[in-house]
Write a protein that binds this ligand. Structure first.
Ligand code: CA
Length: 531
């Protein structure tokens, strides 16, 4: 079908350092067409506006596909695009249509085709924990209940939708709301206008399979599952059964179908969800201001500790699901942006991106993160501000959520300036993503702690990853410590040095092997030279 093998191509990997530029030819290995991707999370509302109404739309995303492709991303996660009553659209009114603000189904199909032409896969947010209170299912259910006579019990054969939701005569806790003019209550665990679906209902599950089939027929490559923890609060067995059922249904239609789930919980719970048929969970433990990535970027977690945690998680997840694909990220639309967590320090943001892009699996980058955009406080609207394309050319700039504060300062340069600035955060992300695209073993190999190479290191920690007979060493030096050198018993070459200061690792010959000097605060990629 849509999946074509990418060609073997050569690219020029820009290696910059100490003010001077050297170009180095790097051969991209056979680009692999599996479910490992570099994802770009798009909040359509605030991304790019194609028709001048101030609201981002699907045509706008299509117009800006080159921004995403040139950055080095080959997957897009579109936050909810279905008709909804809110700006964020996490309350769905119709599961088989496009919100009018975002365009038409033709726009969606055109976007999918254009993305596939650029070898970019598109996954969409699938919100099935709840619907909008304006969804016809809920409106029919509540109308039916209102029409019942005194003492008359609801009859599911008359109105099946009553059982699509969690409805009861008992107000079970303060997330249950009364249905006006009735004795009944419904569950709305997120918001009164988001009634929770009863995913234990077979007819509803069949409808959701039809929904999945519909989007797959439009060329959709996967789903980002919203809030599975809440399908049945805290019931991992039930919730993973729901995920498995939909996932197996979808892979039955498209063997390459991908699914990633938002299990915003402890590592232990995330691992329990990995013990299902579905491949990916977001790596919440490494994300956010207190997670391992940000801590390590600030120099508050040692290289050894970071590597230990990474390998421990990889091993535990692989043990329960050998096919798992980690989904690391730094922050998303529900969290203050990376720039806020790191006080706007570009050096630390560069380090955070280098750490993210060194991890196994499919990393997720939240739009504008590659520019260093800011959020403000904890208000959701302030985490979803307009993409900063340009100060000069305001075409396509979005007005952003109505309730966002107007005084949020963006301390970073816009995209059009960062494109041409070799030292920009954008170009740093680009270099890290290019490495992942050039060396598939970075994403796909298991991290192996190199005992022998680590025997004498103070600050740096060496791991290797091997996949398809290709190996790469990754050396983490997460502190400012300089003067670390790693002695290899074989001939190696430095592929790239991810150093926010623009320093370069230097390899020199020794008797029978090589020594590599590692700059302070850097991640260095090294390949063994073939005999
Ligand atoms: Ca628009």
């Amino acid at each position: 079908m849509k999946k074509t093998l990418l060609m073997i191509i050569s690219i020029v990997l820009l290696m910059s350092g100490c003010g001077k530029r050297t170009d180095k030819q790097v051969k991209i290995a056979d680009a692999v067409d599996d479910n490992y991707r570099n994802y770009y999370e798009v909040f359509v509302y605030s991304f790019y506006d194609s028709d001048g109404d101030g609201i981002g739309d699907l045509k706008g995303v299509e117009e800006k596909l080159d921004h995403i492709a040139e950055l080095g991303c080959n997957g897009i996660w579109l936050m909810p695009i279905m008709p909804s009553t809110t700006y964020h659209k996490y309350d769905v009114c119709d599961y088989m249509a496009i919100d009018e603000q975002y365009g038409t189904m033709e726009d969606y199909e055109a976007l999918i085709n254009a993305a596939h032409d650029k070898h970019i896969r598109v996954i969409i947010d699938m919100v099935i924990n709840h619907t909008s209170s304006r969804h016809p299912w809920f409106m029919e259910a509540t109308e039916y209940l209102k029409g019942l006579d005194e003492g008359q019990e609801p009859d599911i054969s008359e109105c099946p939708y009553v059982d699509y939701y969690n409805i009861s005569k008992e107000k079970k806790d303060n997330t249950w709301y009364q249905i006006a003019d009735t004795d009944y209550y419904y569950e709305g665990s997120f918001w009164s206008q988001m009634p929770d679906l009863n995913l234990d209902n077979e007819a509803l599950m069949k409808e959701l399979e039809d929904v999945a089939s519909f989007w797959i027929s439009k060329g959709t490559d996967g789903f980002r599952m919203d809030a599975p923890l809440h399908y049945e609060e805290g019931d991992t067995a039930f919730n993973t059964r729901v995920l498995n059922r939909l996932y197996n249904y979808c892979t039955g239609l498209d063997p390459d179908f991908y699914m990633v789930s938002e299990v915003w919980a402890s590592e232990q719970t995330i691992e329990a969800y990995y013990a299902s048929d579905t491949p990916s969970m977001f790596d919440f433990g490494f994300a956010q201001a207190e997670g391992d990535i940000i801590k390590a970027a600030r120099g508050r977690e040692s290289s050894d500790k970071f590597v230990d945690n990474m390998i421990k998680n990889e091993n535990a997840r692989k043990a329960v699901n050998p096919e798992c694909i980690n989904a690391p990220f730094i922050t998303n639309h529900d969290m203050p942006r990376v720039s806020n967590a790191l006080n706007g320090k570009v050096r630390d943001m560069k380090m955070a991106s280098a750490i993210l892009l060194s991890m196994t699996g499919s990393p997720y980058i939240y739009y504008g993160e590659e520019l260093g955009m800011s959020s403000k406080g904890t208000k959701d609207e302030n985490k979803r501000l307009p993409m900063l394309w340009s100060y000069e050319d305001t075409a396509g700039m979005c007005r952003g959520p109505a309730d966002a504060d107007e005084d949020v300062e963006q301390r970073c340069e816009p995209a059009d300036i960062q494109y041409d600035d070799e030292g920009s955060l954008y170009n740093y992300y680009k270099k890290g993503l290019m490495l992942r695209n050039s060396y598939p073993e970075i994403a796909r190999g298991d991290s192996v702690y190199e005992e022998e190479l680590n025997a004498y290191n103070e600050a740096a920690t060496v791991i290797s990853r091997t996949w398809n007979d290709e190996s790469i060493y990754i050396i983490y030096n997460l502190t400012d410590a300089e003067g670390e050198s790693i002695a290899f018993k074989e001939k190696v070459s430095v592929v790239a040095t991810m150093s926010p200061d623009g320093d370069e690792a230097v390899a020199s010959d020794t008797d029978g092997g090589m020594t590599v000097m590692i700059p302070g605060k850097s991640i260095v990629y090294i390949k063994p030279l073939s005999e």
